[in-house]
Ligand binder design. Structure first.
Ligand code: HEC
Ligand code: HEC
Ligand code: HEC
Ligand code: HEC
Ligand code: HEC
Ligand code: HEC
Length: 316
């Protein structure tokens, strides 16, 4: 098998994350004999020069690119990319999604239908093919996200490249805070990965050279008078996504609204409308449901087996 441009990145990331070599790189099966999809001709015409005839990132122009396109036949990577990300990358170009600006923006040259054909074609390259139900359809860049000092995409790190949440948010299981990764942790990969040719990664390297922490804007926050700990919740087996949503499918994390008085009052009198995340009703509703599921009527905090409903446990 010929070496493909994804190999260096996959090997570096794989080595750092301890991926077993046994999982290997997916090999593409021969294309089906059926009629060629419309996206195939478009891809050959506009994209293959860089992306390679088969989408392996090995087109004749790729040799001179500082960051090669990914191997789109790799289900492990492509399988976690929402259609919306592929569409946005094609129409707005690499820079709009935090990738290399040498991936051009095509919206002035291709119509919506052509772009849709290309998305479908790219989606069909990955072997093994994914189930349609695994393809995320929601917005990847919902409104309300603060401007961060670096366009850091969870979709690329935790989605496409499957880096574990707790690899970066390592304090979640042992402390009150989940914590953010240090610049050192980022550089563990980025001394090599996309080291040249990506303006967003160059910003990261600037912080590293100046020995400055990255001033990330805080998003999720409960008021000071509320006591919340990650540790207990993670140890109780809750997935991050239960409370934070499908973060691995987001390019930017939107700021969400917490306090909602009406909702809180309804919850306190025992009604349970769907509460917005981080409001008191949201905490209380899950605690009630948890205790019901465990058959606990009177939660006892000292026993440590129940989710507390008494005021002082959350407000001291
Ligand atoms: C001039 C070279 C060039 C051309 C032409 C080009 N691309 Fe790209 N494309 C790139 C580069 C470089 C990247 C990688 C950016 C990165 O990883 O930072 C990329 C990335 C992408 C990605 C994101 C996944 C990946 O491989 O990194 C998609 C999807 C994509 N291109 C689709 C297309 C489509 C569809 C076309 C044709 C309409 C096209 N590209 C034409 C250079 C090109
Ligand atoms: C490669 C490192 C990395 C990985 C992997 C990662 N994150 Fe993050 N996370 C960050 C950085 C950096 C920020 C701050 C920038 C931002 O908000 O996008 C952040 C921010 C967040 C925030 C918002 C923090 C706040 O200010 O309220 C949440 C929630 C979060 N991550 C959850 C997750 C979850 C869930 C996963 C796994 C699906 C995950 N992260 C994977 C690095 C990472
Ligand atoms: C385990 C390895 C790893 C770690 C740790 C890591 N990255 Fe990345 N990062 C990658 C890979 C792989 C890519 C995709 C490179 C490409 O092909 O363009 C990437 C892409 C990026 C990009 C361009 C795409 C985007 O997200 O906008 C930025 C910016 C970036 N990383 C910043 C960071 C920051 C900041 C941290 C620390 C909070 C970090 N990375 C930690 C592996 C890593
Ligand atoms: C039970 C719900 C819940 C779960 C599960 C949860 N979080 Fe949180 N998370 C919150 C709340 C509430 C806040 C705001 C806390 C505050 O203001 O102190 C928060 C804040 C954060 C923050 C920003 C502040 C900090 O603690 O560093 C990050 C990052 C974060 N969460 C990541 C994660 C990750 C990663 C996981 C999974 C390992 C996770 N969270 C699991 C509810 C949750
Ligand atoms: C998705 C469900 C869920 C949500 C949402 C949730 N919790 Fe919990 N909470 C739990 C579970 C489960 C436990 C652990 C019970 C046990 O120890 O077995 C727990 C335990 C606790 C405890 C006692 C253990 C500790 O960590 O000190 C406190 C305090 C607490 N939660 C506060 C909050 C607050 C404040 C919020 C809202 C900001 C919240 N919880 C949201 C499920 C949830
Ligand atoms: C499971 C955790 C939890 C429990 C139990 C809980 N609260 Fe809260 N409470 C919160 C959170 C989180 C907030 C902040 C978000 C909000 O205002 O909705 C809050 C907010 C409040 C506020 C609003 C303060 C303001 O800014 O206006 C009041 C008042 C309050 N709680 C009283 C109570 C009382 C009284 C009880 C007992 C009947 C109680 N809480 C039980 C988590 C809890």
């Amino acid at each position: 098998m010929r070496a493909t441009p994804i190999v260096p990145v996959a090997l570096v990331v794989g080595a750092l994350l301890g991926w077993g070599s046994g999982t290997g790189l997916a090999r593409r099966a021969d294309p089906p004999a059926a009629e060629a999809p419309p996206g195939k001709a478009l891809f050959a015409q506009y994209c293959a020069a860089c992306h390679g005839a088969e989408g392996r990132g090995d087109g004749p122009s790729a040799a001179s690119l500082p960051i090669k396109p990914w191997n789109l036949t790799e289900a492990r990577v492509l399988g976690h990319l929402p259609d919306e990300f592929i569409r946005l990358t094609i129409t707005k170009g690499g820079q709009a999604v935090g990738l290399s600006p040498l991936m051009p923006a095509w919206e002035a040259y291709l119509g919506q239908e052509q772009v849709a054909d290309l998305v479908a074609y790219i989606r069909s390259l990955a072997v093994p093919r994914q189930e349609p139900s695994e393809v995320f359809l929601g917005p990847i860049d919902p409104p309300g996200a603060p401007v961060q000092p670096i366009l850091f995409s969870h979709l690329i790190h935790a989605g496409a490249f499957q880096i574990n949440c707790q690899y970066c948010h390592a304090d979640a299981r042992r402390s009150q805070y989940a914590g953010l990764p240090s610049v050192e942790r980022c550089m563990g990969c980025h001394k090599i990965v996309a080291a040249a040719g990506n303006p967003e990664v160059q910003k990261l390297q600037g912080y590293w050279q100046r020995r400055e922490p990255i001033p990330w804007v805080r998003i999720y926050k409960v008021p000071e008078f509320v006591y919340f700990q990650h540790r207990g919740h993670i140890r109780a087996g809750l997935a991050c996504q239960t409370c934070h949503g499908q973060i691995q499918q987001l390019m930017r994390i939107p700021a969400i609204e917490g306090p909602n008085r009406l909702n809180d009052l309804l919850n306190l009198v025992g009604l349970t409308p769907a509460p917005p995340p981080l409001s008191m009703g949201w905490c209380v509703e899950c605690h009630r449901a948890t205790n019901r599921a465990h058959g606990i009527d009177q939660p006892s905090v000292s026993a440590g087996t129940a989710a507390p409903l008494d005021c002082v446990t959350c407000h001291h």
